[in-house]
Design a binder for this molecule. Structure first.
Ligand code: DHE
Length: 563
């Protein structure tokens, strides 16, 4: 069931994408697999990419989901291989799995796909997977668009917004971000971006916002314009999740990097124009010593102590430290950790990066000063930190915290900090597990100026839990937590679909916490703003244009990695 909740996230995430170009080389028809017409195959490929690839991988090698290659999908329950395309026992079994899910974690699709589509998918996954096209440097370059050249951009800030407290808000289902003024709570601009936008990140100066869509479209927004707008665009791949910028001294706003799920590679580009400079493949050996053809790029962060990015490769479990001081002669340190790497954040000293190896139920910590793995910490099931949260615990000293998709706890891990030598014994240990309101957590957050710690639980199957967040006093986690029902606090009428309370994000001064209420596409969504000191609602932002808000990225906090 717990694993199932995680798969549910992937299923929810798998919204239809505009992916015409992705369906490349068709593999030859296998005579022992069910025959399919070209039209059937095209339909099934699209469904697979939109609904299944997030878990099982485009090549069906398996990641969070099981391997779906024909060597086992063609097997009947008695272990024999199905002959000649007659769909009897095997098909029924596959149909049942797709329709109703399994206890092993596969979720049900009977409410999303029609019976005919499910039958089609059973045929499709018994055939050899088609290999999607590659995406070369030339194609990347051909997709590059500069909408406002650098010399035609403002020389100073042309609006009077408090940019530090601006929030870049993902409007997931409309392919847009809303730039919301944190002081007035007004929407200053709604910007068209890639499809099902994933994250926003800031340039070192805080002037540029980089927004990556799941369709691989990277958009560069200039906050200095009178009305902030997109000034450059690049398609970095067909399916992408991560982006960051160069944050080491002397490289301010110079470079950006974006990672793709397909093809498995990352692109380094100029920071202010997005002109591509280099494309690097991530294919290679897993930590178990096996070649993997589809190692997707998960989280990327930028070091402030070296000209380096930390690039986390999901399927191989390898953490790359990519030195950008000489892009032509790129030096990369490859650090073995565990599978499958996903999201993570810095510790308070910004020397260590902590990333979830979610299928191994571990947090990997990299020492970016020595370029070595500092620790692999065993945790409760499926850690999902977002970027995690740093604070000084009265009992345990400096800690970094994560929540879990697969367990109803928050985990505090002791982290090194020279200012607190007395807590040396706690380094890289789980010093405390705190009971959460349920499993299904995605994001946790605190702020150096706050005494509170916030955690959501949007993937919990219970409505009351998914629509709520919990808040603890960081000085004493044994005190009862406050549970805030964000859906009720919004004052909006109840809807049929659960409105998931997701992604707490602080204002720049650490005094407010913004939570998205992620409803159905046609329901009124909202952002509920809480006063962090009193935990009372300050404002509910419900503009009709605000459709399905999810991630919110405060400019100052994102620019300086404050969490
Ligand atoms: Fe995310 C971060 C991948 C589903 C909201 N998500 C990330 C990162 C990765 C990732 C690799 C880290 C980026 C970085 O730091 O460079 N997310 C994936 C998936 O593969 C997954 C599970 C399925 C998919 O097909 O995309 C997935 N993610 C979701 C959602 O459904 C969420 C909840 C809503 C949405 O908008 O899509 C979602 N993911 C987020 C957010 C962050 C994120 C808000 C950034 C957190 C932060 O505070 O930095």
């Amino acid at each position: 069931m717990k694993r199932k909740q995680y798969m549910q996230v992937l299923r929810l995430a798998a919204l239809p994408l505009a992916m015409g170009a992705l369906f490349g080389t068709a593999s030859a028809q296998d005579a022992t697999a069910p025959a399919m017409t070209p039209d059937e195959k095209a339909t099934a490929k699209k469904i697979y990419f939109e609904r299944c690839a997030g878990c099982h991988g485009v090549l069906r090698k398996g990641a969070t989901g099981k391997n779906l290659e024909p060597h086992w999908t063609k097997k009947l329950p008695d272990g024999t291989v199905q002959e000649g395309g007659t769909l009897k026992l095997g098909a029924n079994r596959l149909e049942k799995i797709i329709a109703y899910g399994t206890e092993g974690g596969m979720v049900n699709f009977d409410d999303i796909l029609t019976k005919e589509e499910i039958a089609l998918m059973t045929k499709y996954i018994q055939n050899v997977p088609d290999v999607p096209p590659e995406y070369s440097f030339k194609e990347t370059m051909d997709s590059w668009k500069v909408i406002v050249p650098v010399d035609q951009r403002p020389k100073k800030q042309m609006n009077n917004f408090n940019l530090k407290n601006m929030f870049s808000v993902t409007l997931r289902d409309t392919g847009e971000v809303a730039l919301i003024d944190g002081d007035t709570k007004e929407i200053r601009s709604i910007v068209k971006t890639g499809y099902a936008v994933h994250i926003s990140r800031l340039s070192k100066s805080g002037r540029y916002v980089y927004v990556i869509g799941r369709d691989g479209r990277l958009s560069l927004i200039d906050l200095w314009m009178e009305k902030p707008a997109v000034v450059a665009e690049l398609k970095v791949g067909f399916d992408a999740r991560s982006v960051d910028t160069s944050k080491f001294k002397g490289y301010d706003d110079k470079y950006a990097i974006a990672g793709s799920y397909w093809p498995p590679q990352y692109v380094i580009m100029d920071g202010d124009t997005l002109k591509p400079l280099k494309v690097v493949s991530t294919r290679g050996m897993t930590v178990d010593g096996e070649y993997h053809p589809e190692p997707r790029v998960a989280s990327i962060v930028s070091s402030e102590i070296k000209p380096e990015w930390v690039v986390n490769i999901k399927e191989t479990g390898q953490i790359l430290l990519v030195d950008y001081s000489d892009i032509k002669n790129l030096k990369t340190t490859t650090i073995e950790s565990a599978k499958f790497l996903h999201d993570g954040g810095w510790d308070a000293t910004k020397r260590y990066f902590l990333v979830a190896a979610n299928a191994s139920h571990k947090i990997a910590a990299v020492d970016t000063k020595t370029g070595k793995l500092a620790a692999l910490v065993n945790t409760a099931k499926i850690p999902h930190p977002g970027r995690g949260a740093n604070f000084i615990s009265k009992a345990h000293g400096p800690v970094w915290a994560t929540g879990h998709l697969g367990a109803d706890v928050i985990t505090l891990i002791g982290t090194p900090n020279d200012k607190y030598p007395q807590y040396k014994g706690n380094h890289w240990k789980v010093v405390q597990e705190v009971k959460h309101i349920g499993a299904g957590n995605l994001f946790v957050k605190t702020h150096p100026k706050s005494k509170h710690f916030w955690a959501d639980a949007p993937q919990n199957p219970e409505r009351a839990v998914a629509e709520s967040v919990a808040v603890w006093d960081i000085n004493d986690f044994s005190k009862p937590k406050a549970v805030l029902n964000v859906a009720k606090d919004s004052g909006l009428p109840e809807t049929k679909a659960i409105r998931r309370a997701v992604h707490p994000e602080y204002s720049a001064d650490g005094k407010e916490v913004w939570i998205s209420l992620w409803g159905g596409k046609t329901d009124q969504s909202a952002i509920v703003v809480y006063d962090d000191a009193t935990l009372k609602v300050k404002k509910v932002i419900t503009d009709p244009k605000m459709i399905t808000p999810t991630g919110k990225f405060n400019v100052y906090n994102t620019q300086h990695d404050i969490y």
